[in-house]
Design a protein around this ligand. Structure first.
Ligand code: NAD
Length: 491
């Protein structure tokens, strides 16, 4: 693995271009600069929106489904052909362990492109509503689904390939045009996508535009611009609130995938060893920088200490280190800023009464933070309520005694004691019992006994302040479609 990546260019109106200034991108495993990205400002954002608008309004992109299917197929083939180059950059810039690039950091997102390319030829863009009688005549009615227009897609740093492709692929399948803005922490990998699109696909000029910027100004143009119809955003709940407010001025459709503070509930008949192992590994997946990770582990009070010991034991075996090493399970945090934030939250958790069982330490070089376990956590404390985005698991005890024939009542109450509702997990010897508990927790996705729900056809998204809308699957396509209803006098 080299510590250098070529400087990259913006994609605006089919041209790969630069900006007047650039900013550096770091390898989080070493802290070294790996390359530079153009620092797009409002002027570049304006040009990108103008190109996307023109492509939407004056070309056949929105109406030529066969051509779009051809372009998505081509995009998929291109990504497959350049997979190793993308893998190396994802490891170097995102700090994603090699293992994760075989899944959600790279190969699964490429699979999402395949899924929408295959869906498109058969997708029903219209629906017959039959005939009604009104005012002495018969009326034939039908519904057509049309592209929603120009889409602004704004993404975070943690899974840039997954989130970029999870947004632009269904948007393109629907017939929209797109301006995608990468994260300031991981600009190069998103720009690399733009270069592949420009150089290896027939996607017309202006249909996909890709920006990188070090600050928020370019993003603010995208969320307020009158020529943008849809904003699809993934990131923190705080930024999501700002974006929703900014987009309200022009009443845009807003899709939000935000933060999470998901709970894993161990019912008293669960396999505690298997669940503890999963809790440990899941909380350290991509160093905890995942929105759907279960960061609260809810255990029956009388089993609390036993579970803490099992989780600590599992955490001590997690291979932490160079993300390029295929044996590494956990790599670094994205930045020193993120590491400071995580460390400060762990210190405050201890001040709030939690017990630091293991971790709570930085290691150098790079931005590593040790797998961290906090026990006896108060469910109302900051560490149980706020997203950490670091390898930190909080164990919370619940009372499992029978309460009106409902021994999961306290666990459900604590799980729902959150402004978030993105994901969750339940472990029990009885799948039926686990599913019944999951149904009572207000959250968009659930794992039962370690089951995996994530796939290109699985809708993903949050309840409450974890977001609005669903990504992937048929629901993900619907986010980018408008509905037009027709009525014609029947002959
Ligand atoms: P962030 O909110 O800081 O930034 C996300 C993006 O928004 C970046 O591209 C940033 O430049 C841009 N941005 C910031 N201010 C803006 C503004 N005023 N107008 C327009 N754009 C603006 O998030 P982050 O730190 O990069 O990522 C971590 C967060 O993302 C976590 O909260 C995590 O839970 C969330 N996330 C959610 C999901 C999900 O699917 N629910 C997935 C991944 C990450």
């Amino acid at each position: 693995m080299t510590d250098t990546a070529p400087d990259r260019r913006l994609l605006i109106d089919g041209r790969l271009t630069t900006a007047t200034t650039t900013f550096a991108s770091l390898n989080p495993a070493t802290g070294a600069v790996i390359g530079h990205a153009p620092d797009a400002g409002p002027a570049e954002a304006e040009a990108a929106v103008a190109a996307a608008r023109r492509a939407f309004d004056t070309t056949t992109w929105a109406t030529d489904r066969d051509f779009r299917a051809h372009c998505l197929d081509q995009l998929h083939r291109t990504l497959v052909a350049h997979k190793e180059e993308l893998r190396a950059l994802t490891i170097a810039e995102v700090g994603a362990p090699h293992q994760l690039t075989a899944g959600a950091q790279l190969e699964e997102p490429i699979g999402v492109v395949r899924w929408y390319a295959d869906l498109l030829p058969a997708y029903e863009f219209s629906r017959d509503l039959g005939v009604v009688e009104a005012r002495g005549a018969r009326h034939r009615r039908w519904v057509e689904k049309e592209a929603a227009g120009v889409v602004a897609a704004i993404i975070p740093y943690n899974y840039p390939n997954q989130i970029a492709l999870g947004k632009i692929t269904p948007a393109l399948a629907a017939g929209c045009t797109v301006v995608l803005k990468g994260s300031p922490d991981t600009p190069l990998i998103t720009l690399a996508l733009g270069e592949l699109i420009a150089e290896h696909t027939d996607i017309p000029a202006g249909v996909v535009n890709i920006l990188s910027s070090s600050g928020a100004a370019a993003g603010e143009v995208l969320t307020t611009h009158p020529n943008v119809d849809v904003v699809t955003f993934t990131g923190s709940t705080a930024t999501g609130r700002r974006i929703m407010a900014a987009a309200s001025g022009t009443v845009k459709r807003v899709f939000l995938e935000l933060g999470g503070k998901s709970a894993m509930v161990l019912l008293d008949d669960a396999d505690f060893q298997a669940a503890s192992m999963m809790a440990a590994y899941m909380s350290c997946s991509h160093a905890g920088q995942g929105c759907a990770i279960c960061t609260r582990l809810l255990v029956p009070r009388e089993r609390h200490d036993e579970v803490v010991e099992m989780v600590a034991q599992a955490m001590s075996h997690i291979p932490v280190g160079d993300p390029a090493d295929p044996a590494t399970y956990m790599g670094p945090l994205i930045s020193e800023r993120q590491r400071d934030k995580v460390d400060a939250m762990v210190r405050r958790a201890v001040a709030d009464g939690a017990k630091l069982v293991c971790g709570g330490e930085r290691t150098n070089p790079g931005f590593f933070y040790r797998p961290t376990l906090l026990a006896g956590v108060d469910p109302d404390s900051e560490i149980a309520q706020e997203e950490v985005f670091g390898p930190v698991l909080s164990v919370i005890a619940y009372d499992a005694e029978d309460n009106n024939n409902d021994d999961a009542a306290d666990a459900v109450r604590i799980a729902n004691n959150s402004v978030y509702g993105l994901s969750g997990a339940v472990f029990s010897a009885s799948e039926e019992r686990a599913v019944n508990v999951a149904r009572r927790i207000r959250s968009g996705t659930f794992s039962i006994n370690g089951g995996n729900y994530f796939a290109p056809d699985s809708p993903f998204g949050g309840y409450k302040q974890s977001g609005v809308g669903r990504e992937y699957g048929l629901e993900g396509l619907a986010e980018f479609l408008e509905t037009k209803t027709f009525g014609a006098v029947a002959k």
